[in-house]
Ligand binder design. Structure first.
Ligand code: HEC
Ligand code: HEC
Length: 494
């Protein structure tokens, strides 16, 4: 009998089978890794420097609210007319030279698509110029005085409803998509964007009934009611006063000494952590998508972030005359300057970090009314059952006495930003500017605050409209003009 040398021995057969199984398993694994990497992994662009993390780091808003990066880049091309060829800067967003995105926007890959959305610095990055100078200065933690957020929201709502925003139009300007991405954008991503924007339009339709916020302001709590809790916002559910609660962006530096103070404009929360986490919800984070480590990194950095120093000379003699005036008329509520910097000692300044009743302070009622007890109760259910559960929100009876550190950089003044300069705030209410122009970048070194004169393209701030009132806070208004000048000079040192 001839031997069939071609025939495999039983050992060889078993060997081959093992090898086939090995390759099949390896192939399956590879496919699994690919699918997982494409659709299930998340990545973020890590920022080593804490300031870069503040400006561009992701806090987890992209997954819930974000736009695909390529759609975000395509929109300014599609709507170049509306955005006057300025791109996203049209809405007052800040674009740094060489940066991939405007300040306040971060990137994260979620479900296979790189997405872009907001972080803290979109509302908390101040900019200004000095008289006679072009160069724009940045102040991290100061109010984003140029940001026209209401217009940005209205724009998103409008483009969501615009039939011109569709897969064909977007893909035509998205020239860097490959053959795998194109169907994903056409059939999944773009329809999801449309649906998301239409949803936003349904939830925030009340914004169209509000008076214009203008630059540097946002209605803090009404959109939050609608987006997080589906509160009814129709004309029968909310009156005109509570509907117009636009607030100035506050400064957020030096949070450590603010622990335990009742803050937010109406003092509705005395926990720094809850104020930070609640702010993250305002940026579009949800309890599911929140990146707590990233938010805590911002928090830690804000604890000791110094307030900015006045950028020009100070008349030391005049400031020295103002110091006792401040100590007598202002420090009890606002704290003050110690020998080594701002003094936040609540033992010394009894009212610092407490709430001044509305009947005493007498400033505009809108922001106070927009925050009610039902809403506080709903907020206190957020993150329930986790370490992050909110417990400290409450309805108060007025506005908060806050530290005035770096106050020169926080103009316009009062919670609704109704008074352009410090010097104006020291005039009796009827002498303060009734109509003025908001959105100047240049500061007025004499009156201290942004300029407020009429100029092309700026926002006409009318103090007669609901939510815009500039009355109340009559402290120091009886002082003589020279005393007021000295007080303003002194306040440059805070
Ligand atoms: C959409 C704009 C916006 C974004 C985004 C935003 N904030 Fe704010 N933030 C505000 C406004 C407006 C207030 C004032 C709220 C009020 O009382 O009406 C505020 C208040 C605060 C306060 C309390 C300040 C005080 O002394 O009363 C802190 C702290 C804060 N934000 C931190 C953050 C952090 C941290 C983030 C990011 C996780 C963030 N914010 C994101 C607009 C924003
Ligand atoms: C009885 C307490 C009290 C006294 C006294 C007081 N303030 Fe105030 N101040 C407040 C409260 C409350 C607010 C917030 C009111 C609002 O925004 O509606 C405020 C707001 C301010 C703001 C605006 C802060 C911002 O970020 O926009 C400035 C500036 C200010 N005060 C300066 C002064 C000066 C100067 C004096 C002394 C002449 C003074 N205050 C005296 C309670 C006080």
């Amino acid at each position: 009998m001839a031997i069939d040398y071609e025939r495999l021995t039983p050992i060889e057969v078993a060997e081959r089978k093992r090898r086939r199984i090995f390759w099949a398993v390896l192939a399956l694994l590879l496919i699994a890794v690919l699918v997982w990497r494409t659709f299930f992994t998340e990545w973020v662009v890590a920022q080593d420097d804490p300031l870069d993390h503040f400006k561009y780091g992701s806090i987890g808003s992209e997954g819930a609210s974000g736009l695909p990066r390529k759609v975000f880049d395509a929109i300014p091309e599609l709507y170049a007319d509306h955005m006057q060829g300025q791109g996203w800067q049209y809405f007052g967003l800040v674009q740094e030279e060489g940066a991939a995105l405007p300040v306040g926007f971060s990137r994260r890959k979620v479900d296979g698509i790189e997405r872009v959305w907001l972080n803290c610095s979109v509302c908390h990055m101040g900019t200004y110029t000095l008289p006679g100078e072009e160069e724009v200065q940045f102040i991290p933690g100061a109010p984003s005085n140029q940001l026209r957020l209401q217009e940005l929201i209205r724009f998103f709502i409008d483009v969501g409803r615009d039939p011109g925003l569709n897969a064909d139009a977007l893909l035509a300007v998205m020239d860097d998509t490959n053959f795998i991405e194109r169907p994903i954008y056409r059939y999944i991503a773009v329809p999801a964007v449309k649906e998301g924007l239409l949803d936003l339009g349904r939830q925030l339709s009340f914004v169209e009934r509000q008076h214009d916020w203008g630059p540097g302001r946002v209605d803090t709590f009404n959109p939050y009611k609608a987006i997080q809790f589906n509160f009814p916002m129709g004309p029968d559910s909310i009156d005109e006063v509570a509907l117009n609660g636009a607030a100035d962006y506050p400064a957020i530096w030096m949070q450590a000494p603010r622990e335990g103070m009742q803050l937010h404009w109406d003092g509705n929360n005395d926990s720094v952590d809850e104020r930070n986490l609640s702010a993250a919800l305002g940026a579009g984070v949800t309890p599911v998508t929140a990146d707590h480590a990233a938010i805590e990194r911002v928090r830690d950095w804000l604890l000791e972030l110094p307030s900015p120093r006045w950028p020009l000379d100070i008349d030391a003699d005049l400031a020295a005359e103002g110091a006792p005036v401040y100590a007598e008329y202002c420090a009890e509520c606002h704290g003050g300057a110690g020998a080594t910097g701002y003094d936040y000692d609540r033992g010394r300044y009894q009212k610092l970090g407490t709430v001044e009743p509305l009947s005493e302070i007498g400033t505009d009622v809108g922001r106070w009314a927009s925050y009610d007890a039902d809403f506080a109760a709903a907020q206190n259910m957020l993150y329930a059952g986790t370490d992050y559960a909110f417990r400290h929100f409450r309805k108060t009876n007025g506005y908060a006495n806050q530290p005035l550190d770096g106050i020169w950089a926080r103009s316009p003044y009062l919670h609704n930003g109704s008074v352009p300069t410090l010097r104006d705030l020291l005039e009796p209410a009827e002498m303060r500017p009734k109509v003025w122009w908001r959105g100047h970048l240049e500061i007025d070194p004499l009156r201290v605050g942004y300029r407020s004169d009429e100029a092309e393209g700026l926002f006409r701030y009318d103090t007669a409209l609901p939510g815009n009132g500039n009355g109340g806070h009559s402290y120091g208004t009886e002082l003589s003009a020279p005393e007021k000048d000295a007080l303003v000079e002194y306040m440059k040192t805070l």
